[in-house]
Design a protein around this ligand. Structure first.
Ligand SMILES: Nc1nc2c(ncn2[C@@H]2O[C@H](COP(=O)(O)OP(=O)(O)OP(=O)(O)O)[C@@H](O)[C@H]2O)c(=O)[nH]1
Ligand SMILES: [Mg+2]
Length: 198
């Protein structure tokens, strides 16, 4: 089973995307090991209510989703891993540092990389979600290693079209798909892209 990491700064929409994409692919439920116990949700709304927040560093454990992409040429399996938000600076809270260490550890083990940025924050350096040094590092790593896809999220928000243009300029030479984890825009393209790489 191919591992596929969803990476990026805090609050860019990694968890909302992971949950909605799981149901989009036809999962009947999402199951997660939380603090050693299995939790599961049979509706996307219930999962989102509990796991998504506008507060940064909501995700403090790697969240592994076992998924299937069905298609005419058979079924491909993947493990989608929703990770803790990465930051330019080392964060003071130990639980945030812990999940970042786990995230970077998994990054070094390989697998496909889905690097998410908030399109509505690109070119607005005052916002915490605006791409930073950590995004450049992920981009250079992904570009060199391959199996890398940039996701420009929050395309439903104002200013996202300008942000998308700026993202294409700043991160050239890699596949980029504009998406909205809120509306499902671009999910079909992400599915098609992943199928080709699994
Ligand atoms: N408008 C809009 N809001 C979004 C979209 N994706 C995520 N959000 C919102 O952005 C906030 C952060 O979403 P999360 O999925 O928790 O972000 P995350 O990247 O997992 O954040 P951490 O776990 O803290 O790293 C929430 O309020 C979401 O509802 C989107 O496509 N459009
Ligand atoms: Mg999260």
């Amino acid at each position: 089973m191919t591992r596929c990491l969803v990476l990026g700064k805090p609050n860019v929409g990694k968890t909302l995307f992971s949950l909605r994409f799981a149901f989009f692919l036809g999962a009947e439920a999402v199951r997660l090991a939380r603090a050693g116990e299995e939790a599961h949700w049979t509706s996307v709304e219930a999962a989102v209510r509990e796991l998504v927040s506008d507060r940064p560093h909501q995700t403090l454990e790697l969240q592994r989703l076992s998924l299937e992409i069905r298609g005419r040429k058979g079924t491909r399996r993947l493990e989608l891993v929703d990770t803790g938000g990465l930051t330019d600076e080392i964060p003071p809270a130990p639980e945030v540092r812990q999940v970042q260490v786990e995230t970077l550890g998994l990054l070094l083990k390989g697998g496909l990389l889905l690097h998410m940025v908030d399109a509505s924050a690109v070119g607005r350096p005052g916002l915490p979600e605006a791409p930073g040094e950590v995004d450049l590092q992920l981009y250079h790593l992904g570009r060199a290693r391959g199996g890398y896809l940039l996701l420009a999220n929050k395309m439903d928000r104002e200013g996202a079209a300008d942000g998308l243009r700026e993202a294409r300029r700043r991160f050239p030479g890699v596949p980029l798909i504009p998406i909205s984890a809120r509306t499902g825009l671009g999910f079909k393209e992400v599915k098609r892209h992943l199928r080709r790489h699994l």
